[in-house]
Ligand binder design. Structure first.
Ligand code: VG1
Ligand code: CO
Length: 541
């Protein structure tokens, strides 16, 4: 074992979901080592502990895994459970931590951000409950990165991670496991696989776009091998270090191949896509795109049809910018409904305390208390199980849902890579004017209230302030603005727009059209285009 002197690197502050940087930043000598050693120091060391390790297969993942194993071995870790090839989807890692009663885990991913030598890499620490470290822990990690002066690493050859089985690194056991089987088994225990086999047997056609990222092997095993979907149902199924040049973000912009197929004349019955690390999902029916906020609401309304949730849900939670569509379902079903800041780490306490069993975010994230991460393939299986149980297609299910609950028209507009100072100045100015906005008339709308969201965790009482600006209009429409905490270039402004229509008229408008007054009012109030010089958002979802 060698103790290596080091000096702090600036900016090793974990964001919404771990530390994410350009790959070359992570590849600087000592950069990864510093962050990993700081993480281990912040959690009280790893002596005698068992950790899970794996990632989404992106460039530098295997090399990073070797470094982490040697630092863990030097710290006296008892056992590292590693996905073969250093592969584990985020939900599969969460499941393994829980299943194997590990003390925690490290996930190597920058999720929906592209991968490759010039793209993004990331490292995230998860706790013994299988969920992302809460802010108190990420703050402690960051504090440690600012004073670290050495890291310890075992001097040993690399471990063979290509074959399943146990080996040793010093005194530490390295347990290389099949990344897929335990996850697929868990899915089989939640869903009605018999009914799903029947669905595919009758010729139900599905397209699953794994975007050359980690869900490929999982999706092939579950849909094609275990459920009997036609070979070729899963496309882009081979995880590649650069995701084949794809941007593995399952939204209509980046999953455009799937969108074209689903909107075309030969569309299959059902389409879905997932992101780099497998925790996001996009649901598309033949000729109809399902917004993630609506997907959450539909899943909440129909969960009792799925064996794993036959007893009903304990409660639901959504992130603040997510639409209130699920709130209406919760109200009808008399379920508790929580509103949290952006990021899955805020759902963990609610799930651990047994207050909620279903959670979701507008950013294509849905999941339940089966693990402590959002789970892309789980959401796809929820939809398939609901389709099988109700014997209805996606479009019919959506129409029925809106007729019953009304429709929350929803869209998110992203302005990417803005100059950081410009974005901060714009939102700082909005903060200064917030209290004076109340009562303002703009574009035929009246501002009912405007505030900055702050969250008090109902379980541990911790407070997370500055979680986004809310402008509420009379009649239930709103705009939310916040800066992304996962980007690696400049600042990304996210503008979340929502408008409720009770029906029965006006339930089938184009969302951008339905939201036009809110979009115009937000521009008048904040001046995004005027201040940034941009003509419009880079990505609309
Ligand atoms: C984004 C999403 C957020 C999500 C996070 C991690 O964060 O908005 O809802 O939890 O990504 O998702 P931000 O701070 O950029 O808005 V993943 O799939 O990248 O782990
Ligand atoms: Co992800």
């Amino acid at each position: 074992m060698t103790t290596h002197p080091t000096r702090p690197f600036e900016g090793q502050k974990p964001g919404t979901s771990g530390l994410r940087k350009k790959t070359p930043v992570f590849m600087q000598p000592g950069y990864l080592e510093n962050f990993v050693q700081s993480t281990f120091d912040a959690i009280g060391g790893v002596a005698g502990k068992t950790l899970v390790l794996g990632g989404d297969g992106r460039y530098f993942g295997v090399e990073a895994a070797q470094v982490i194993l040697k630092i863990a071995a030097a710290g006296g870790a008892a056992r590292m459970i590693v996905g073969q090839g250093s592969w584990l989807s985020t939900p599969a890692a969460s499941n393994l931590i829980r299943l194997r009663k590990a003390d925690g885990g490290i996930i190597l991913s920058a999720s929906h951000n592209p991968g490759g030598p010039d793209e993004d890499f990331g490292v995230k620490y998860n706790m013994a409950n299988g969920g992302p470290a809460p802010e108190a822990v990420t703050d402690a990690i960051f504090a440690r990165t600012q004073v670290i002066d050495s890291y310890r690493k075992l001097d040993a050859p690399d471990v063979n991670l290509t074959m399943v089985g146990e080996s040793r690194l010093g005194d530490m056991v390295v347990d290389v496991i099949d990344p897929v089987s335990a996850y697929a088994d868990m899915m089989e225990s939640i869903f009605d696989f018999k009914a799903l086999r029947g669905l595919f047997h009758e010729g139900f056609a599905m397209r699953m776009d794994s975007m050359c990222a980690i869900t490929g092997p999982y999706a092939v095993e579950i849909f094609e091998n275990r459920l009997g979907a036609a070979k070729g149902t899963v496309v882009h199924e081979q995880p590649l270090p650069d995701f084949g040049g794809m941007h593995p973000d399952p939204n209509p912009t980046w999953a455009h191949e799937l969108m074209a197929e689903m909107m075309g004349p030969d569309a299959p019955d059902f389409g879905a896509a997932s992101d780099g690390d497998g925790d996001r999902n996009m649901i598309v029916g033949r000729g109809i795109y399902v917004s993630p906020s609506d997907s959450l609401a539909v899943i909440a309304a129909n969960a009792h049809l799925v064996p794993g949730y036959a007893q009903g849900l304990k409660g639901v939670a959504r992130s603040m910018p997510t639409s209130a569509a699920v709130d209406r379902v919760a109200e009808a079903l008399k379920l508790a409904c929580y509103e949290t800041p952006t990021g899955w780490k805020f759902f963990g306490n609610l799930m651990d305390a047994g207050r909620v069993s279903l959670c979701g975010e507008e950013s294509f994230g849905t999941g339940s208390d089966h693990v402590r991460e959002k789970d892309g393939l789980w959401a796809v299986l929820m939809w398939l199980n609901i389709i099988a149980a109700r014997n209805m297609g996606v479009a019919e299910i959506m129409a029925d849902h809106w007729e019953t609950f009304g429709r929350n028209y929803y869209s998110r507009h992203d302005y990417e890579a803005l100059p950081v100072d410009q974005a901060n100045a714009m939102l700082g100015d909005l903060r200064d004017r917030l209290s004076s906005l109340k009562g303002t008339q703009v574009q035929g709308l009246v501002v009912q209230d405007a505030d900055e969201f702050s969250y008090e965790d109902p379980v541990d009482g911790s407070i997370s302030a500055h979680q986004g600006f809310r402008i509420l209009f009379e009649g239930g429409s709103r705009a939310v603005l916040r800066l992304s905490g996962t980007g690696t270039e400049g600042a990304t402004l996210r503008v979340y727009l929502e408008r409720y229509v009770a029906g029965p008229e006006g339930l089938t408008e184009d969302p951008q059209h339905a939201l036009a007054p809110i979009i115009a009012a937000t521009e008048d109030l904040v001046g995004i285009k005027a201040r940034t010089g941009r003509k419009g958002p880079d990505v609309i979802t």
